[in-house]
Design a protein. Sequence first.
Length: 181
Amino acid sequence: MSAGRGGARRLFFALWPSPQDCAALVRGFAAALAGAGGRRVPAHNLHLTLEFLGSVPDTALPELAAIGAAAVLPAESVVLDRLEWWRRAAVLVAAAGATPPGLAAFAANLRRSLSERGFRVDSRAFRPHVTLVRDVRAAPAAVAAAPVEWPVEALALVESVPEPGGSRYVPLARWQRAPGA
Ligand code: 2AM
């Protein structure tokens, strides 16, 4: 792994989809995506953010890796069943109408662990969503989205790497839920 710019990187924890789950998400929301305008998030960047940390010194990476390794993912799926336009952020997201209780507890525990160790955490409530399109300045036409069931299987510590066409998200470490756990 190369050194971050200036010895720091923009990092976040996220649920990272398998290629199959990613494809199912794109299929389920295809009709919505077709007419949305804006800037589509490339499939390789799709993820569900759990906690955005901002710029973190490289020296903190081992501690973050230990937090990720200790986390126990719930044996649940999150159902992304709503297409929402978030006006202020100008994004179109696939959102979960209901947050599965195990996932809510998992996100809260992760936030607590990070905060106790001095990392900056979000103060907003956790709302499971996957951003599909950015720079959407006008409300899209209402379209039906097929609910997509996304198994909670892989946690990732992800770096947001700025690139000319938009950020690229690079998982630095991934932790899979143990089968049957
Ligand atoms: P979003 O998908 O709702 O835009 C990397 O930027 C990820 O962290 C994105 O998924 C983004 O969520 C999320 N994120 C949360 N808070 C952020 C912030 N203050 N700045 C940038 N990204 C943030």
